[in-house]
Design a protein around this ligand. Structure first.
Ligand SMILES: Nc1ncnc2c1ncn2[C@@H]1O[C@H](COP(=O)(O)OP(=O)(O)OP(=O)(O)O)[C@@H](O)[C@H]1O
Ligand SMILES: [Mg+2]
Length: 326
C-alpha cells in the first residue's frame, strides 16, 4: 500500500524540483533540519497603529522525522505560530513584523517562507507542508465526497487525471486506516464518525506526502478512545513515512505520548524548550511545572464519585508559584 503511494508521489518530486529552482533559495539549514523558525514576530492590527505582538521572538527547529510539540495555555500563540508557518494568518489581518521561517523543500533547496509570494505559497501548501485542524467537520466541505476532497489536492499539486487521483486517494485513505476505504471514498463527511473524519483530514494533509505536517489540537474534539487511536495513527505514519510533525496541544499527557521535543509557549513567547524527557522530568520554568501538575495522575480520582474537570492553570509572573485550581 505504501509502495504504491510512494510511486505516485515520486513523479511529483521532479516537478517540485523544477519549481523550487525558480524560488532562488538563498538561506541554508543544517542537513537534518526541515523547518527553522527564527525570532518570529507576528502582529494583528492596521499598519501604522500601535499593536501588541501576538507572537514574539519565537524560535525553534524541527528535524527530519521529528515531532515537536508546541504547548501552552489558550491565547499563548500556538495557532498563530502554526498558521504563520503556513502563511495563513495574513488572511486574518496579521503581519509578520520580524524573523524568518526557513523550510527545506523536497528538492533539497531552502526557502524563507516569509519572503515568498502568495502564488508560490499556494504551490507549497499541501505539498511541502500541510495542516490538520481541531474540528474536522468544519474543515471538510459537506457537499463534496471524501474521495473528491482528497483527489482535489492531488490534481492540484500533481496534475494527475481524475482517475489517477482517485486511485491515489484510495491508497491514502487505506494508509490512514479508514475501514472499507473504497466505500468511504464515495461518502459525504456527515456519513462518517468524528474519528473517521479526522482520519480523512489527515489523509488530505498526507495526500502529497509533505515533509512537515502541522496538527493543531487534532484530538481535542474527539472522545478519549478515538484520541488515542489518532495519536497512534500519527506515530505509525511517522514511522512509515518519516515526515516531521509540529503537534499543537495544551495537554501535557498528549505531549508525553507523542513528542520528541517540546516548546512551551506563554503570552506569545517560548519560555522553555527541550527534549520531552527533560521537560517532563526536570522542567525549569514555573509555568511548565504548573502545566505538568495539571495532568491527572493515575489513581488520583480513586475516591471520587465521577470524573473531574481538568484544573485551570493561572500563571502570574509576579507571583512566586502559578496557581493550579479546580
Ligand atoms: N484573527 C485575530 N485577530 C486578532 N487577534 C488574534 C487573532 N487570532 C489570534 N489573535 C490573538 O493572538 C493571540 C494568540 O492566539 P492563538 O490563537 O495563537 O492562541 P492559541 O495558543 O492557539 O490558543 P488556543 O489554545 O485557545 O487555541 C491571542 O491573544 C489572540 O487573541
Ligand atoms: Mg489555537
Amino acid at each position: 500500500m505504501l509502495a504504491a503511494f510512494d510511486t505516485e508521489c515520486r513523479d511529483h518530486c521532479a516537478w517540485s524540483a523544477f519549481l523550487t529552482v525558480k524560488s532562488a533559495a538563498t538561506a541554508s539549514l543544517p542537513d537534518d533540519v526541515i523547518l527553522s523558525v527564527e525570532d518570529l514576530e507576528v502582529c494583528f492590527g492596521a499598519r501604522g497603529t500601535k499593536v501588541v505582538p501576538a507572537v514574539q521572538g519565537v524560535s525553534f527547529q524541527i528535524k527530519r522525522g521529528e515531532t515537536v510539540a508546541l504547548v501552552g495555555e489558550s491565547g499563548s500563540g500556538k495557532s498563530v505560530t502554526a498558521m504563520t508557518v503556513m502563511r495563513l494568518t495574513e488572511y486574518d489581518g496579521a503581519r509578520i513584523t520580524g524573523g524568518r521561517i526557513l523550510m527545506r523543500l523536497k528538492d533539497g533547496g531552502v526557502a524563507d517562507l516569509t519572503r515568498l509570494s502568495e502564488k508560490r505559497m499556494e504551490g507549497l501548501r499541501g505539498f511541502e507542508f500541510s495542516i490538520v485542524f481541531q474540528d474536522p467537520m468544519s474543515s471538510l466541505n459537506p457537499v463534496f465526497t471524501v474521495g473528491d476532497q482528497i483527489a482535489e489536492v492531488i490534481t492540484r499539486h500533481q496534475g494527475k487525471s481524475p482517475r489517477e487521483a482517485r486511485d491515489i486517494a484510495l491508497n491514502v485513505l487505506k494508509l490512514v486506516r479508514v475501514p472499507d476505504a473504497a466505500l468511504r471514498l464515495d461518502q459525504y463527511p456527515h456519513q462518517l464518525s468524528g474519528g473517521m473524519r479526522q482520519r480523512v483530514m489527515i489523509a488530505i494533509a498526507l495526500a502529497c506526502r509533505p515533509s512537515l505536517m502541522i496538527l493543531d489540537e487534532p484530538t481535542t474534539a474527539l472522545d478519549v478512545t478515538i484520541q488515542a487511536q489518532i495519536l497512534d495513527l500519527v506515530r505509525a505514519l511517522q514511522r512509515e513515512i518519516g515526515m516531521s510533525v509540529l503537534f499543537i496541544t495544551h495537554d501535557m499527557g498528549v505531549v508525553a505520548e507523542i513528542a520528541d521535543r517540546v516548546c512551551v509557549m506563554l503570552k506569545g513567547e517560548i519560555v522553555e524548550s527541550g527534549s520531552v524527557n527533560q521537560i517532563l522530568v526536570d522542567p525549569r520554568h514555573r509555568y511548565t511545572r504548573a502545566l505538568i501538575s495539571a495532568v491527572p495522575r493515575l489513581g488520583s480520582m480513586a475516591d471520587k464519585d465521577g470524573p473531574e474537570k481538568f484544573p485551570l492553570v493561572i500563571y502570574n509572573a509576579e507571583v512566586s508559584q502559578p496557581e493550579v485550581s479546580a
